[in-house]
Design a protein around this ligand. Structure first.
Ligand code: ADP
Ligand code: MG
Length: 273
């Protein structure tokens, strides 16, 4: 199989609610996957550029951004920059992405710009990523549609609080809509419970409800609310680099192992079929 180019598993980290841990999960799951030997690309699709900042890519150095890939057809190879984490690259974002909708209003395959860019990357043999994690904006716009059209699966961070399930209904409708139009093979990769607070009964209740509803789609690994996790981005570091021993880092490592384990099982069952 040496001649076959390795194809990356592309996951959109998405939830239409803001502040649920999408960016934190993209950064730290990406770092944890790289730490256990996977080659990872994070695509920052949010004009706020929080994933880029949190991974230590200062605004003034964001020369080629996801905007250039989506609007101008720049290659993934040109846009991806290394981070301080070995094996982890990022395509940064900047506020100029807010013009994408207008720029692309007449464009061909406007929802497939990211998918096409990732596919071109495979063709020229420069791919080599095992995972591509797309950090989505909270709104349902053309950027989110590009992410979902490019993705194999959606990874959903869910904050353990009262309105968690409400936001989820919206997301499930979006995924269904994308399946019927842009990307029939889009799967729900998994749900990850974030900002879990052991001392708060509500956290436990929400976690139990989500597990009852989504069963094994919910990862065993639960990300605790941990102040080290929220401090790390202001140092431009993933929490695993900022404080490897803290509960947040350890939880993201467990999550990464689970993600890889599931992926191996999926590939095995495909091979057996
Ligand atoms: P989103 O990308 O969904 O808007 P973020 O990842 O930016 O959400 O998280 C929202 C806020 O919550 C940020 O300030 C982040 O630092 C904080 N946060 C995320 N996960 C945790 C956690 N496990 N423990 C403590 N704070 C967290
Ligand atoms: Mg975010």
């Amino acid at each position: 199989m040496a001649s076959k180019t390795k194809t990356a598993r592309v996951l959109a980290v998405s939830n239409q609610k803001g502040g649920v841990g999408k960016t934190t999960t993209a950064i730290n799951l990406g770092t944890a996957l790289a730490a256990i030997g996977e080659k990872v690309l994070i695509v920052d699709m949010d004009p706020q550029g929080n994933a880029s900042t949190g991974l230590g890519v200062p605004r003034e150095t964001r020369r080629i951004t996801i905007y250039d890939v989506i609007v101008d057809g720049r290659s993934v190879h040109d846009a991806a920059v290394p981070t301080a984490v070995p094996g982890l690259h990022i395509i940064p974002a900047d506020a100029d992405m807010s013009g994408v909708e207008i720029e692309l209003s007449q464009a061909d395959r406007r929802s497939y710009r990211l998918r096409d860019a990732l596919a071109r990357q495979g063709e020229d043999g420069s791919a080599g990523y095992d995972y591509v994690l797309i950090d989505c904006p909270p709104s349902l716009n053309l950027l989110t549609l590009n992410a979902m059209a490019a993705a194999d699966g959606v990874l959903v961070p869910l904050q353990c609080e009262f309105f968690a399930l409400e936001g989820l209904t919206q997301l499930m409708k979006t995924i269904e809509m994308v399946r019927q139009s842009l990307n029939p093979s889009l799967e729900i990769q998994g749900l990850v419970l974030t900002m879990y607070d052991r001392r708060n009964a509500l956290s436990g209740q929400v976690a139990a409800d989500v597990r009852a509803h989504f069963g094994e789609k919910v990862y065993e690994a639960v990300i605790p609310r941990n102040v080290r996790v929220s401090e790390a981005p202001s140092f431009g570091k993933p929490v695993l680099i900022y404080d490897l021993k803290c509960t947040g880092s350890q939880a993201y490592l467990r999550l990464a192992k689970e993600v890889v384990g599931r992926e191996r099982r999926r590939l095995k069952s495909l091979a057996a079929a």
